[in-house]
Design a protein around this ligand. Structure first.
Ligand code: GTP
Length: 339
């Protein structure tokens, strides 16, 4: 299944920079060397076995834009799954940017009426006033220009995790079986007594799915039975329960609100993508391949390991009695569910 993704916006707005960060593992510092894109650069990225992203990075110089909107219109705008339109937050000519945007939107409506539209207000690192205020103002302006069409707006910068958040959400809309993946991740989380399990795409490290949060503790009585039978035992789903002393299950640990005892940061997914990408880049500089990661800290244990050909999984556990070897074993046992 091929999904066409159009990446459009004015010249210099940062389209190729974000593509090179997310899809080519390049650091932000190298983007200043990128030349202007000539016409359209196409890339194919295999996501999760069948799903291939066909990314069209459309050079934003006026001559190219005029050609996309005239002679090339049907080629560019047909069969589009998603259009991502990039606006520089401090654009020097917003009026012209909006004119091109409206024309592109009209062409998209004509040739791909079902395509989703995401707008990125980019280079947010250059903003001096509080970012929230700027983004609210820009969002209102862009929604007005979209003339009633449902669009989603993100504030982004290549210098922080905001870019990963936006792209993870965008890619998420293209994956057909996210709910099934989340269900399998929840099963894996329960089997490992994990706080959270997160699935990443291998090349981009964008978040594909997370173990869904269970119902709030208020609505569920805490079970009084021990979570684990001792010693290690096999579940009916084929996963191994890690050997542990007897515990009672606390549903509260999964709740991502104020009652969450671990105070999980709301930006943890995109921060992880950003940090792992930086780590992968550091590995490549010393000519080492990144394979897996294990962390055993006082507060939690985390294992990041390959799950399938196209994915990595991160398991985070706050139970100090659970061994990383058991987590890795469960990742191996869960593999075939995700293939
Ligand atoms: P065309 O190929 O001509 O359409 O331009 P483009 O949209 O692909 O722009 P490009 O990615 O080449 O980026 C232009 C400049 O913007 C580069 O010097 C980047 O380093 C810079 N840039 C990209 N993203 C950011 C960002 O988030 N913040 C800041 N401050 N600069 C950025």
């Amino acid at each position: 299944m091929k999904k066409k993704v159009l990446l459009m916006g004015a010249s210099g707005s940062g389209k190729t920079s974000m593509r090179s960060l997310i899809f080519s593992n390049n650091p932000a510092s190298l983007t200043a060397r990128l030349g202007a894109t000539i016409d359209v650069e196409q890339n194919h990225v295999r996501f999760l076995g069948d799903l291939i992203l066909n990314l069209w990075d459309c050079g934003g110089q006026d001559a190219f834009m005029d050609s996309y909107l005239s002679t090339q219109q049907s080629t560019i705008f047909q069969h589009v799954g998603v259009m991502i339109y990039v606006f520089e937050v401090q654009s020097r000519n917003m009026r012209k940017d909006l004119e091109y945007y409206r024309d592109c939107l009209a062409a998209l409506r004509r040739y791909s009426p079902d395509a989703a539209v995401f707008l990125l207000v980019h280079k947010m690192d250059l903003v001096n006033e509080p970012r929230g205020q700027t983004l609210d103002r820009k969002t209102a302006e862009l929604q007005q220009a979209s003339d009633g069409m449902g669009v989603t707006v993100f504030g982004t910068s290549i210098y922080d995790e905001s870019l990963y958040k936006a792209w993870s959400r965008i890619v998420h809309t293209l994956i057909p079986n996210v709910a099934v993946l989340s269900k399998h991740l929840t099963t894996l989380a329960h089997a490992c007594n994990a706080t959270e399990v997160i699935l990443f795409e291998r090349t981009t490290f964008l978040v594909i799915a997370t173990s869904s949060p269970p119902p709030s503790p208020a609505s569920i009585p805490l079970p009084v039975t021990p979570l684990f039978s001792t010693p290690s035992s096999m579940h009916s789903n084929g996963l191994l329960t890690p050997t542990s002393t007897s515990h009672t299950r606390s549903n509260a640990r999964y709740t991502p609100d104020d009652s969450d005892p671990h105070k999980l940061a709301p930006t943890r997914y995109e921060r992880t993508s950003e940090l792992i990408k930086a780590f992968k880049h550091a590995c490549s500089r010393v000519r080492e391949d990144f394979r897996s990661l294990e962390m055993e800290l006082a507060e939690f244990t985390a294992v990041l390991d390959e799950l399938t050909k196209n994915t990595y999984v991160l398991i985070v556990v706050h139970d100090p009695t659970i061994e990383t070897a058991a987590l890795k074993m469960n990742i191996r046992l869960a593999r075939k569910k995700f293939e």
